[in-house]
Design a protein around this ligand. Sequence first.
Ligand code: NAD
Ligand code: TDX
Length: 336
Amino acid sequence: MSNVLVTGGCGFIGSNFIRSWLKSYPKDKIINLDKLTYAGHISSLRDVEKDKNYKFVKGDICDSKLVAKVVNEVETVVHFAAESHVDRSVVGPAVFVKTNVLGTQVLLDAAVKYKVKHFHHISTDEVFGALPLSSGEKFRENTNYDPRSPYSASKAASDHLVRAYFHTFNLPTTITNCANNYGPYHDPEKLFPRMITDLIDGSPVKIYGDGKYVRDWLHVEDHIRAIDLVIKKGKIGETYLVGSTIKEINNLAVARKLIKLFGKSEKEYIKFVKDRPGHDRRYAIDWSKLARLGWKPKYDLDTGLNETVEWYRQNEWWWRLLKARAEKLYEKTGQK
Ligand code: NAD
Ligand code: TDX
C-alpha cells in the first residue's frame, strides 16, 4: 500500500491517470493537488470523487506551505501539473516559467525534506526541439535538449531540475518524456479534440500553416501504462521516452482521416489558418529503452480515433463550455 500525491490530476492526462491507478491499486490512497486553472476540470473526475481512496486538494504547486503539508503525507509523487498549451505560451510565457519551473522546484524541495521514496516527473518530447521532415531521425534519451517554445523551454528547465535533485540531494527520481497524447477528457483547445468538436458542430477543422507538421500520436491509456511501469520498474535516476507505433502522419492527413470518419467532404471541411510562430516541424521517438522494460502501445491510430470520436459524441456535457472558451483564444490569436 502506498500514498500517492498526483499534481495536476484535474487535467487531461492526470485525470485519466488517477482513474486508472485507483482501479489498478485499490489499496493505495491518492491526493490530487490541483489549482484548477482554466485547464483543470473537476468534472473530469466526477465518477471517482466519492472513492474513499481519493482526496482532492485545491491549491498551487508554487505554494510551499501547502505543498509541504501534502508531500509529508505521501511516499510517491507523480508530477503532471503544468501549463501545457504551446499556443498559450506564445501569448503569455510568464505563467509557464512560474508553474513549470518554480512549481517543480517547490515540489522537489518538499520531496527532499520529507524523504519521498519516489518522485516521477511527467515531461514531453518537445524538450528536444524539432526534427527535419522525412529525415528518419528520432529523439533518444541522450538527444541534446533544444526547446524552441516558451512551453518546451520551461519543461526542459523542469527536467534539468529533477535530474539535479537526483544528483545533488539523492532524491529518487524518474522522468518520462512522452509524445502527443489524445483520448477522452482532452481540452478542445488542442488539435484532436478541437477537430472532433468542430466536425460534430458541422464546422471546418483549422489547420495551421501548410499542415505538414508531424507529431507522434499516442493514446493517453498507453501513456498511462508507461508511467505506471516506470514507477514500478524504472531505474532510479533514469529517463524513458514514450512514443507510438504509428507510421509518420502529418496534421493534414489526420484531419482527412477524421473528416472521412464523419462522412464529410475534405474540400468544405478544411480551413487553413495562420501558422504558429516557431512551429516545430516534426517529432519522432525511439522508445526502445522503455520497450526493454516491457512496454509497447496497445492502440493503433484508427481504433484510438474511432473510440475518441465516440467519446466526444457521448460526452458533450463535458466539452461544450470548454469549446466556447477555446474558440475565444483562437479569435485572439487569429487562428479561428
Ligand atoms: P493539462 O493542461 O490538461 O492539465 C494541467 C493540469 O495542471 C490542470 O488540471 C491544471 O489545473 C493543473 N495546474 C496548472 N498549474 C497548476 C499549478 N500552479 N498548481 C497546481 N495545479 C496546476 O495538461 P496535460 O495535457 O494533462 O499534461 C499533463 C502533463 O503532461 C504536463 O506536465 C505536460 O507537460 C505533460 N505532457 C503532455 C502531453 C500531451 O500531449 N498533453 C504530452 C507529453 C507530456
Ligand atoms: O487548431 C489547431 N490546428 C493545428 O494545425 C491546433 C490546436 C493545432 N494545430 C497543430 C499544431 C501542432 O502541429 O497541430 C499540432 C498539435 O497541436 P497541439 O494539439 O496544440 O499540440 P502540440 O503543440 O504538439 O503539444 C502537445 O503535445 C506535446 C501538448 O499540448 C503538449 O503539452 C505536449 O507536451
